[in-house]
Design a protein around this ligand. Structure first.
Ligand code: FUB
Length: 463
């Protein structure tokens, strides 16, 4: 295909996708999480699961600024249904800290069976927590910041990668980039290089592109939110670029410590993306995915952001294509969901009107009102289900309409949730269902009187 035709096709597809994005005429899948605001997505692939760590914008913003107290975790094996594991760490994990706000962009990585959660605390610097499970509990084993620096307010957005030779690197920073070489324990670093161990990356136009800064001076495109990784022997640094509102750009290098070469933008600015952006990429089950955030949820905004994901393909030379943010997100599930196994109610592809809450039984779906619904994608009923079972705790009580393929799709059963003796008194409820076979999107549509109906913990079908 000659270059002109390929450019025309690219422009045409961008136009089509842009129309889809703003008319909303596709099945919504972005933002990935609708029950909370989830910013700064940081995916981690471990075995057959993607764990998505996010920072968390509170529903109510204090003093018109980032209001962020904890970090959340979601997981998926199919890239369309995401299970909410709640807040896995918070500022309260740091007993020595006298701050109640500032839980900014996180990244978690696994090494030798331990999970290291690198977090910036705004104004305090880069810290680390350690756990034996991706869901925590995470422990502050240092009792102080990990990185000792003289620019703590700029020490945000840590990103960590362990190279094939076992050397781990921690990059971070706004509006410059620094790195340390982590020791094998992942919670200390080599102090023999740079400024007491902290190496300042050369911020040149060749490495990070050229841009006019807000003060009118010429600077680089790099702003913040680095995401560091290696693919086919090429090192990538993806980052928020081009001032505010932020685009996403990237640089590559033949070595983990540079020299970096600016390669261009991955995502331009679009309406409904927030004034910040923050990305992460993964390869998972043979596909490549790009995570970022927007402000598209109802009541969303620059301080109430939501994580999104797009599937993409690297070009043959390893370069990353320019992507358009879509409402559609990931269009196909990587594997069907087995409905005959206990499934957490907070495993959701899309929902409206719902929140999640953490109680003694873990995370559950809450704030269920009449006509709210949740959708679970690509559910494989195989040769058929006969019965549905839901565990719920009821305030007023109500019904779960079980429907297929659309909110008003085929009704296969209705599960009555009668009053239990309180909103944390869990009981099992069952309903007969019409025999349904094969793979369908499953919708639970909640019905009842005014006010909150019940809380919903888990469900399954019985053959
Ligand atoms: O979420 C707070 C800050 O906004 C992050 O640390 C930056 O990357 C930007 O997304």
């Amino acid at each position: 295909m000659n270059l002109q035709i390929s450019n025309m096709l690219r422009i045409a597809s961008i136009l089509v996708l842009t129309v889809l994005l703003f008319t909303g005429s596709v099945y919504a899948q972005n933002p990935i999480v609708q029950t909370n605001f989830t910013a700064d997505p940081a995916p981690m692939v471990y075995n057959d699961t993607v764990y998505l760590y996010t920072s968390h914008d509170e529903d109510s913003t204090v003093a018109n600024f980032f209001t962020m107290y904890d970090w959340r975790c979601y997981s998926s094996t199919d890239m369309v249904n995401w299970t909410d594991h709640g807040a896995v760490a918070s500022l309260k994990n740091f007993r020595w800290l006298d701050k109640t706000n500032g839980a900014w962009a996180v990244q978690c990585i696994e090494r030798n069976g331990k999970y290291y959660l690198y977090v910036p605390i705004h104004g305090t610097g880069v810290c680390v927590l350690v756990a034996d499970s991706p869901y925590g509990p995470f422990t502050d084993i240092l009792g102080k910041q990990l990185v000792d620096s003289d620019h703590l307010w700029q020490d945000i957005d840590p990103t960590v990668f362990v190279d094939d030779d076992g050397q781990a690197y921690l990059y971070w920073g706004n509006p410059s980039v620094w790195y340390v070489k982590l020791n094998e324990d992942m919670v200390s670093y080599d102090h023999s290089i740079g400024n007491n161990g902290v190496v300042s990356v050369d911020m040149t136009a060749e490495s990070f592109g050229e841009s006019v800064r807000p003060d009118g001076k010429l600077g680089t495109k790099y702003v913040e939110g680095p995401w560091f990784y290696k693919r086919n022997n090429l090192y990538y640094l993806i980052y928020a670029a081009n001032g505010v509102p932020e685009s996403i750009g990237y640089s590559t290098s033949p070595s983990p410590t540079g020299p970096w070469t600016y390669q261009g933008l991955i995502m331009e600015r679009y309406p409904k993306l927030s004034f910040t952006n923050h990305s992460g990429t993964i390869d998972f089950k043979g596909n490549s995915y790009f995570f970022y955030h927007n402000e598209a949820l109802p009541n969303g905004g620059g301080f109430r952001r939501s994580s999104c994901v797009e599937q993409f393909e690297y070009n043959e030379d390893g370069s990353i294509p320019l992507m358009v943010p879509t409402k559609e997100g990931v269009t196909s599930s990587l594997e069907p969901l087995n409905p005959f196994k206990r499934t957490e109610a907070e495993t959701i592809a899309w929902s409206e009107g719902l929140k999640t809450t953490e109680g003694s039984n873990g995370v559950y779906v809450s704030q269920i009102n009449d006509n709210d619904y949740l959708k679970v994608r690509s559910v494989d009923f195989a040769k058929g289900a006969k019965k549905f079972e839901a565990t719920a705790a009821s305030l007023a009580g109500g019904k779960i309409e079980i429907r297929l393929d659309a909110k008003d799709g085929q009704l296969i059963g209705v599960c009555e949730i009668t009053k239990t003796d309180g909103e944390a008194i869990w009981k099992s409820f069952t309903a007969k269902v019409d025999k349904v076979k094969g793979v369908h999107d499953l919708y639970f549509v909640f019905k009842g009187n005014d006010g909150q109906l019940f809380n919903f913990d888990h469900w399954k079908f019985i053959k």
